[in-house]
Design a protein. Sequence first.
Length: 369
Amino acid sequence: MTKYISARQAGIIAFLCILANKFLLLPSYMFKDNKSDSIFVMILLFALDFAMLPILLKLKKEFPEEKLFDILSKKITKPVTILFYMIFGVYFLFKTLIIVDVVYVYLKQQVYQEDFLAIAIMSIIPVVSHAAVKGIKTISRTAEFFLLLVIIGFVTCLGFSLFTTLNMPVLFTTPAKVFFSSIYKYTFSFGDFLVLYLIIDKIKIKKGEEKKLYKFSLSAMVLILSLFVLYYAKYEVTSFMHNDALSDILVFSVRFNAIGRLDIISMLTIMFIALFEVEIFCFAFCDCVENVFPLLSKPFIVAIFDISSLLCYFILIQKYERIVSLFSSWLSYVGIFINYVFPIICLTIALIAYFSRKKYEKLVDGGEK
């Protein structure tokens, strides 16, 4: 079996990562600071995040077969690379915890109406652990199989929300200082292309297939922005009160002719998206640990992830309010590094390699003449 994933599969991974932590809690949380101008904050943050993609493709072109860990080790020394990977590990661990906690609270409110944490843990850990052991190829192929269902579910939720009362969101009300401070405050929810950097050696991109990565990435961003617009058009000044955006936009339209309750559509869509995102981030965490400690076996590293995530959840962030506060606390520093510092370092490495290659080719051509 080939060790590579296709450009399409890489695009699907990017698509799911872009959706992460943005379709439930984030719209209401951002509304508290920026009101409906959160739409413009998202556009700006997406634009900054999107810049990571051409840098990735440039790095891939200059180092087509090399692992990211090896590239960084040669260019910025191995100790610094290990530090980077430790930061990456923290990033993916808390990304996973936030997804799990937000979705758990959503399901507790919508389905069980009571605590079912033990059942949730016993259900999700075996599935996620198995996916992480099998690797990114298995995860991407499974995600590819279910992608159409995820997109149909998401678009259906957006479509049925049009049958509710919508008003034009009130825009341009946020002071410039608050607006630009949000770039720092919500940056941890982005950095969505980092997974592709970690698996850069496993992505097989044929000539002209770069557009697939752009297509999937832009599609996910359009879906999220559409959700924000419809959510604020529906709830206006009460947007901060509703923490489950993709589900809440169906409120008042959950019964449609003879179809019955429609919130099952959002519920299944949320569960599918969350499951794939947790699998991807678990794999990414394990990949970071595997590069730092190459002698450890994959099952042992997965066990480290399971234990670490449980300890962090029960000791640090068991309360929902605490997990929400993590969005804009010290995790923002991690987000700034992932989103802006690390891509600049990668761009510098890629450009140096490019000019060195051109200089060498020029010297070779000159010698032959």
